[in-house]
Design a protein around this ligand. Sequence first.
Ligand code: GNR
Ligand code: NI
Length: 170
Amino acid sequence: MSVLEIKKYPDDVLKKKALPVEKIDKSLQKLIDDMIETMYDAPGIGLAAPQVGVSLRLIVVDVNLDDEDSEPVVLINPEITDTDGLIESEEGCLSVPECQITVKRAEKVTVKGLDRDGREVSIEADGLFARALQHEIDHLNGVLILDRISQLKRDLYRRKMVKMRSKAEA
Ligand code: GNR
Ligand code: NI
């Protein structure tokens, strides 16, 4: 297994709509394992394939990072089939460094997809798990937390990043 490079805004791969996974083969299993290792290494509570430069509909989530026995959830071609409630909460993103913003999302979601063995699964989630699933599925549609805030805040973030970059290069 290997830790992969996490692509950062404004990388083009983060803006693309990812394609459905057609074949669950050895190379996909390796990608899944590498994504899990990359998520734990970061550390993050979720990771979508486009974040490691692969434009496929595949996500991994583990909101119990502190729990040794917790198993990562792997979802291939995930789809939200039901939502309930709306709630605002702070979010960060490994691909959008130095950015913590409040995002309004469904409080509960039902998500269907395939597990890593290709079996159909349906997951009901609330709390941080529901939030992480929606955040990762956004990545598959080329949507970042920056797209969910006002133009003004987005411009502020862009300017902050330009400044940080010029400092780092100085
Ligand atoms: O590690 C992460 N934390 C987080 C916190 C609140 C809402 C969503 C997230 S996902 C993020 C990892 C990430 O960027 N996944 O795409
Ligand atoms: Ni993210």
